[in-house]
Write a new protein. Structure first.
Lengths: 104, 310
């Protein structure tokens, strides 16, 4: 079921179909083919971009990143949501469903 | 409008490595020496841009795969097809100069995109067998900078549009453009020219087509550096800095000539790949420039020092 929803830790997000990306060193430039807008991603952002190639729950992504980058959970969550919010604003990702906290 | 009965005379020109056969006289371009060469790369003709109703073409740009129509009010409609054909339909009363301005600017930019070339919005010089490009928005001072390098003994490769092709290994090559600079009156006069003897680039502007001598070596040249020129307040301080990664790539994309045409033409993805190739093979720099006529010499010298020593 696809419905736009607010971005939260329980959201399932995925890259929009009509995007393209290119790697340069360990960074990525993501491109929205429909608007022509591009977005530069540093190495951590590039990692996240690759993770959302298929539908991914934000909470699950954070769990992996916390282990990988040895970062505080609250910080990770905040920074991930901030980046995902920017990608959403650029129409580079979409929220597929927003799940209630209690269920799944 | 002439009928299409008799074949009309075409003049042959050479620019950016392309052989151009044109019904319109193009004094900006160098006449081609090999008039009997094989098929021209580009053909420019007068023609009604058929198949379009005026009402539909209210939008200035219409694109359909490899077929683009650009309408410039009071000047002309240009149809650019397959990276090889440009048809020009002038409005009544449009001057030849204004028709050529948009033909050799926006329409030519579309042609480059259709040919898979990367036109940078840049002026380039030759340094140690490579092309060094100075890119930036209109008015940032690219041509004025080129005039400075001319007085310092450098060859200028191209002005305002730097046409780049890519070899099999992705290496960017910059091609020689028409042998003139587009300068405002004061810059032209600083080079010792009498503007009353020069052609204006556009009827209403005090900007002139200033000839420059042909280069010793014809080129093309590998693109080795791109400086992204940006404006800075006169009292600010900022060094020339190296760009890398996604920032470098985006600087090239931002300085693509007529980049607003890319997405409607379905070429945004190709542009990203071109930009990555440039960032891989050339050094990219951020070059903030302080504005002000009294700072012009100092800023040009600062950049020249970086080009030769940095």
């Amino acid at each position: 079921m696809r419905e736009p929803g607010p971005l939260s830790i329980d959201s399932i997000v995925v890259r929009v179909d009509r995007t393209m990306d290119a790697e340069v060193d360990d960074e990525i430039v993501a491109l929205n083919l429909d608007t022509g807008a591009s977005y530069g991603l540093n190495p951590v952002g590039a990692r996240i971009w690759k993770l959302i190639g298929k539908p991914t729950r934000v909470a699950d992504m954070c769990t992996g990143l916390i282990a990988e980058y040895d970062v505080e959970p609250a910080t990770c969550e905040r920074q991930v949501l901030e980046l995902l919010g920017k990608l959403q604003a650029e129409s580079l990702l979409e929220v597929i469903t927003a799940l209630p906290t209690s269920g799944h | 409008m002439a009928d299409l009965g008799m074949p009309r005379t075409r003049m042959n020109y050479s620019a950016f490595g392309l052989h151009i056969a044109s019904e319109l006289e193009l004094p900006e371009f160098v006449p081609s020496r090999d008039a009997h060469a094989a098929l021209p790369d580009v053909v420019i003709e007068y023609q009604k841009c058929e198949g379009l109703r005026r009402e539909l073409s209210a939008a200035p740009l219409r694109f359909d795969e490899d077929d683009a129509v650009l309408t410039i009010e009071k000047v002309a409609r240009y149809r650019v097809r397959g990276g090889r054909f440009i048809s020009v339909e002038p409005y009544d009363g449009a001057t030849a100069r204004n028709i050529r301005l948009f033909l050799l600017g926006s329409a030519f930019g579309i042609l480059c995109h259709q040919r898979g070339l990367l036109p940078l919005h840049a002026t380039a010089i030759v340094v140690n067998g490579g092309a060094v490009a100075f890119a930036g928005h209109s008015g940032v001072g690219k041509s004025t900078l080129a005039a400075h390098f001319l007085t310092r003994g450098f060859d200028v490769l191209c002005d305002d549009i730097c046409v780049t092709s890519f070899g099999a290994d992705g290496r960017p090559l910059a091609w020689p453009g028409p042998p003139h600079l587009k300068l405002w009156r004061d810059s032209a006069e600083r080079l010792g020219h009498d503007c009353d003897k020069l052609q204006r680039i556009m009827d209403e502007l005090d900007k002139y087509r200033v000839p420059r001598a042909a280069m010793a070596c014809a080129g093309p040249f590998p693109l080795t550096r791109v400086y992204n020129l940006t404006d800075l307040d006169a009292d600010a301080l900022a060094d020339i800095g190296c760009l890398s990664g996604s920032v470098a790539v985006q600087a090239i994309m931002a300085n693509t000539y007529r980049k607003k045409y890319l997405q409607p033409m379905g070429l945004a993805g190709a542009n990203l790949l071109h930009a990555v190739s440039v960032a891989r093979h050339a050094r990219i720099f951020a070059a903030p420039r302080r504005r002000g006529i009294d700072l012009l010499q100092a800023e040009s010298t600062r950049l020249e020092n970086h080009v030769t020593n940095g």
